[in-house]
Design a protein around this ligand. Structure first.
Ligand code: TYD
Ligand code: MG
Length: 455
């Protein structure tokens, strides 16, 4: 048999290459290929055909068993993101920038689950037990029946968990864990992958729910290959802007509930507090109506959330004017600018454009198009929109407005927060109310004419 040679793995997509290269052929990412230790030449490396395995028991789809009930933590924002509580034997990955508050969130969550009667073990590979205890004391969680350890050796951790069989185990973080059967440094692709695999299979085997904490790299990916995301049942991202106290827990994948659901928290001196009404929070910093501001009635997961979209348009001194976007997709901005120019005859050439979603929320719904266009027009024409108006709708390349889902929910939330008029696409489905005037527009040109008297 040939001697195993080192292989090179892309940390972004997990593709294996024979040689190192600056760019991964499989996913096109740059500088993501790293060398990995060769696979051991043990029996696992032999062809499968050489030895016969055990025959697997097959069953039917019909089942008599009722799924074990989910356990709620009592933190409503967290439970919603999990799809209604913690599912037994599930593997969850919580990713986020260093210092964003993952450890704080999970310590609070663990304490809540422990108080609900789950047996919980919190293992920190980053902080000493004394540090975690100090944080718990600050958060008022010292009395919660959580078992704590500071450890990085995966073999010892799995043995301990196997003996104690807790309902929930937290591993903070997967990058600090070290498997002694893998010959590379902690935090390397091979280690992260082996560690995650070990813990996820432990969860499935023993019925323990495992929550893994993963740090996110500068590029916004959980360090280590994407395979970790494929291995777990649920991937949650904890995000927020530095300088803002809002934190958003977002489900990007969930085998047991809806993805795209968000939970909103506020970082305070006493840990994370839940924000039951995010719209009020995101709009709380809105001053009196100024040009360049439009309120977008959006949907995040199953919940309507109102956010303020802010635009600033100023003459540019650059050959290529600036397009700076925070909280939205910059390609979307380019498209909307092009549609405004081509279909409505409103050019943005020679103008710098800055676009921002207030409060640090990231909006990915196409329904935000119309609010973006309204904010841009308002900034360009220096005309403020009515302060009690919300806007939503998707813009197609022809300049027509496409209706979006959940119109009724969006309007209800707007009404609750004191808004009394809305701009929506023509064929939106909803039952109108007296306290909400909805102007239905077939296309962008009509909207421009309606609001700004241009055309
Ligand atoms: P942490 O949970 O350690 O972040 P992560 O695990 O994602 O790296 O959060 C650290 C930050 O949170 C730190 O900058 C201080 C802040 N913080 C508060 O503002 N209030 C608190 O009660 C706690 C515990 C932390
Ligand atoms: Mg931490």
């Amino acid at each position: 048999m040939a001697k195993p040679t080192a292989s090179f793995t892309c940390t972004s997509c997990g593709a294996v290459h024979k040689k190192w290269a600056g760019r991964c052929d499989a996913c096109g990412a740059w500088n993501t290929i790293v060398e990995e230790a060769p696979l051991s030449a043990g029996p696992a490396a032999k062809s499968l055909g050489a030895e016969r395995g055990r025959r697997i028991e097959l069953t039917t789809l019909a089942t008599e068993e009722t799924p074990p009930p989910r356990t709620g933590s009592g933190m409503a924002e967290l439970d919603r993101v999990l799809g209604g509580g913690l599912v037994p034997a599930s593997a969850i990955l919580v990713g986020g920038d260093p210092g964003i508050g993952k450890s704080t969130l999970l310590l609070q969550a663990t304490a809540s689950f422990a108080r609900k009667g789950l047996s919980c073990i919190y293992i920190s590979g980053e902080e000493a037990s004394a540090q975690v205890r100090m944080r718990a004391a600050r958060l008022g969680l010292s009395d919660a029946p959580v078992q704590l350890a500071s450890e990085t050796n995966l073999r010892d951790i799995v043995t301990t968990l196997d003996t104690l069989r807790p309902d929930l185990a937290i591993i903070d973080s997967i990058q600090t864990m070290w498997a002694d059967n893998v010959e590379s440094a902690p935090g390397s692709v091979a280690q992260v992958r082996a560690g995650a695999h070990e813990l996820v299979s432990f969860a499935k085997r023993r019925g323990t729910s495992v929550i893994l904490v993963g740090h996110v790299t500068k590029e916004g990916q959980i360090a280590g290959p994407r395979v970790v995301e494929h291995m777990v049942d649920t991937v949650l991202y904890f995000e927020g802007e530095r300088g803002h106290q809002f934190r958003i827990l977002r489900a990007v994948k969930n085998r047991f509930g809806p993805a795209d659901e968000i939970g909103v928290f506020e970082m305070t001196g006493a840990g994370l507090s839940e924000v039951a009404n995010p719209s009020a929070l995101f709009l709380s910093e809105r001053g009196t109506s100024a040009p360049g501001s439009a309120v977008f009635a959006g949907i995040e997961g199953t919940r309507p959330v109102l956010t303020e979209i802010q635009a600033l348009v100023a003459p540019s001194t650059l050959g290529t004017p600036r397009r700076t976007v925070v909280g939205l997709d910059s390609n979307r901005l380019s498209t909307i600018l092009a549609v405004l120019e081509a279909r409505c005859g409103i050019p943005f050439a020679g103008l710098d454009v800055f676009l921002n979603v207030a409060g640090g929320l990231r909006v990915s719904e196409p329904a935000a198009d119309l609010a973006v266009a309204a904010a841009l027009l308002s900034a360009r024409e220096d005309v403020a929109l009515p302060p009690d108006m919300v806007v939503f709708g998707e813009i197609s390349l022809s300049g027509a407005l496409r209706p979006v889902g959940q119109t009724e929910n969006r309007l209800k939330e707007a009404r609750k927060l004191g808004f009394s008029q809305a701009i929506a696409p023509e064929h939106s489905k909803f039952v109108g109310g007296e306290d909400m005037r909805v102007k239905k527009m077939p296309d962008l040109v009509t909207m421009v004419g309606e609001i700004f008297g241009a055309g």
